[in-house]
Each structure stands twice: as C-alpha cells, then as structure tokens.
Design a protein around this ligand. Structure first.
Ligand code: AN7
Length: 399
C-alpha cells in the first residue's frame, strides 16, 4: 500500500502517483513488516538487496549494479580531534559514486514492473548520473533536466555518457523539478525524483546497513547533508522498520545539515516550525544541495522532531575545510555536499549541541571525483620541473 503521510489516504502499490489526490501531500510506502529473523541476512552478499524482504518490489524484476554494502569506516583520528566516536558511511563507493544508486535500483525495478519505457528526473547532478546508468541497464529512455551551469563536471559527464537526453534548464533545480513533474503528470515519463516514494525504499537501506555494521545496534546519532530531504527521511524510515522488527533496541537522533544559502529545513527547526519557508534563490558551493524548496521537507522535519534530532547550517568555507580535513586526516575523498555532514558535526560539538563521546555516524553521500573542479581549485598548482634528480631532491625537501 502507498499511504499519504498527512491524511492517510491509501493507494495501490501499482498506481502511478506522486502526490496525494485528496490533500496534495507526499506519499510513502507502507512498511511490509516481513516475519523474518535477522539471521536470514547472514551469508548474503553485501548489497542493499541483502534486505530484500523489506523491499516492496518483485524480486524477479530487480535491476541492480550491486549498490549498497558500502564501506563503514571507523575514523579514530578525526573522531579524537572532534571528541566523538566517529564512523563514516562512504556512499561514494556505490556504482555511480553516490547514494542515489540505492534509490535508482529500486526505482528502475519498479519502473520495470510497471512496464514503463521512459523515465526522467530533475537533478543537481547525482540523481541524473544514477538514473542514466540504471535506465541504460534496463533499456529505458531517460530524460534529465539540469540547472544550467550548476552541475559538477563528473555528474554531467556520467549523465551524458550513459546516454540520457540531457536538457539544460535556464533556472534552478526547484524550477526544473516543477517542470519535470508537469511532464510526469501528463504521462510523458515515469518520474524518479524522490517524490516517488519507491526511491526512499531503496535509500532506507543506508539505515539498515549502519545498524548491521554496528553489530545490530543503533548509533547515538546519524548526521547527513540535506538537499531535497529524501535521504534523511529514508534513513529514518529504515531504522524505524528494523526497530519495529525487533532487530535493534534504540533509535538514532537524525541530524540534518544544510548549506547556509539553501537552508529552509534548518531554519524551520530553528524556529520550531512544522513547515518550511522555501528559499527563493538558493546558493552554495555544494551544488548537490543547492535546493530551496525540498519536496520531502515534511517527512524530514518529522524525522528530526520524532528522533529528538537536530538541524544546522554551515557556510561554504566550513564545507570546504571539512572536505579537506576528511580527505587529509582519514583518506576519504568526498564531494562538497557530503562534507557538510562533517562540517555540521564539528560545529555542533563546538556549540555543545552534541555531547563529547557520542557515537556518531556521518553519511558522506558522494565521491570526491564528482566535482573535480572544486577539488582542484582548493589546492595549489603542482610545480613543474624537468625529470632531474637534483631538481626533484630540492623540491621534495622544501616545505
Ligand atoms: C552528494 O542529484 O538532489 O536531501 O538531484 O547529490 O536526499 O536530496 C542530490 C542530492 C546530498 C541531498 N549529497 O540528498 C540530485 C540531488 C549529495 C547529493 C544530497 C544530494 P537529499
């Protein structure tokens, strides 16, 4: 069953629907509540389909590139520096380099079940890269709408190279999303933005994996960047489903971090509001989360309030220094948006909102190579010399 999160109206799992017909609110897939023990997961390959009993699609139709099962790295040095017990969930290790692959694997599986031939999305980049790859694998036509000039190079290369029809929109992500939703409502394509509730059913596996990685325990807190607000809602849904199944005793505090120039959710939490005020002209170096009117805002606010979590804003400078800190302290290369989680952790510890010694999992959502330009611009140009041992010796011994 698909259910409206506001009025509770119910729809069939095979109805193509993105918003409630009664009240216009967002929808979610009702938990399957399978009668299984967590022992069934043992010995299975480490992909998100390890938890297939909790995935509301036909197992025989699965379209997969073995997404999920991403590294869960203990970060002793950075944790000691920040004063917490820190783990990082490295979503850049997914097939196309971001967590979106989890949502697209199940989204394209659902599209296959429904027999659709054309899929589409609006995107700040990663959604389009992932959709293009999974649509190619399933033999579907793929249309992606991107905000002109605001998509990082690696993501654009992926969307184009996997054969999507890439359309550059003179406008921002929010405008592109409104346009592609219009096309979907006219039946021109099957929409695979996270307004499609099946997307979140894949992404909830990040929550499954975190508690599995910790030996069937919940961390004190999960911190992640928030843009369109699907992922924080999805992870909360995942940990709640495993809690309800009796696999874990506690629940984590969900903590969302936004860039200062695109922070409608953090501002709503600051003002203790249940609705956001959209940001008109969102701006941040972290182009992945350059979003002013997140479609899953209501779900995300519920996740934060229900879990007694937090939301915080970080500046572009804080994001870029956290990106470098993680890369140079722990060897984990992430794109700017992903580093917002580390920047937010640092700020929340400094302001005393997070206790010293808490067990914290930061979800880093996309790979460093997604945005090579920002990475190169953050570094000094390499020196250029002849391949001469004396000249080289002088250079490597200089500071
Ligand atoms: C690296 O690709 O919205 O809060 O169109 O690429 O679930 O939106 C990307 C979002 C965080 C925010 N980190 O997740 C898109 C898009 C990275 C991202 C987010 C995105 P949501």
């Amino acid at each position: 069953m698909i259910r409206c999160i506001s009025c509770g109206a119910e729809y069939d799992l095979n109805e193509i629907i993105y918003n409630c017909k009664e009240c216009g609110s967002v929808l979610e897939v009702e938990p399957l509540r399978p009668d299984v023990s967590k022992d069934v997961f043992e010995c299975r390959k480490s992909t998100m389909w390890k938890y297939k009993e909790f995935m509301p699609v036909d197992e025989s139709k699965i379209v997969s590139l073995q997404e999920g099962g991403t590294p869960f790295c203990k970060c002793q040095k950075l944790g000691d520096k920040l004063g917490v017990d820190l783990y990082v969930k490295v979503e850049g290790s997914n097939p196309t380099g971001s967590f979106k692959d989890r949502g697209m694997s199940i989204g394209i599986t659902k599209a296959t079940e429904l027999g659709v031939s054309t899929v589409g999305c609006a995107s700040t980049g990663n959604t389009s890269a992932s959709l293009a790859a999974y649509a190619a694998r399933a033999g579907m036509k793929c249309i992606v709408l991107l905000p002109s000039g605001k998509v990082a190079l690696g993501k654009l290369a992926q969307a184009m190279f996997h054969g999507a029809k890439v359309i550059s929109i003179k406008g921002n992500f929010d405008e592109a999303l409104e346009a592609v939703t219009g096309l979907a409502l006219e039946g021109k394509l099957y929409l695979l933005n996270s307004i499609n509730p099946f997307r979140l059913e894949g992404q909830k596996s990040i929550g499954f994996e975190i508690v599995d990685d910790l030996g069937w325990k919940s961390p004190d807190r999960i911190i992640l960047p928030v843009g369109n607000a699907g992922n924080i809602s999805a992870i909360w849904k995942g940990v709640k489903e495993f809690h309800e199944a009796g696999f874990i005793k506690d629940l984590p505090r969900m903590t969302g971090i936004q860039a200062e120039g695109a922070a409608p959710i953090a501002h709503a939490v600051r003002d203790k509001k249940k609705e956001i005020v959209p940001v008109e002209n969102p701006e941040t170096v972290a182009t992945a989360i350059r979003i002013g009117a997140p479609v899953s805002a209501t779900k995300a606010l519920r996740a934060i309030y229900e879990s007694d979590g937090l939301a915080e804003t970080v500046t572009d400078d804080e994001i870029l220094s956290a990106q470098k800190l993680l890369a140079r302290t722990e060897g984990i290369g992430v794109e700017p948006a992903s580093a917002a989680s580390i920047a937010g952790l640092k700020k929340l510890v400094e302001t005393g909102s997070i206790d010293k010694g808490e067990q914290v999992v930061c979800v880093v959502t996309g790979h460093l190579l997604k945005d090579p330009n920002t990475a190169i611009n953050a570094c000094e140009k390499p020196v250029e010399v002849e391949a001469d041992i004396n000249a080289l010796s002088r250079i490597i011994s200089s500071k």
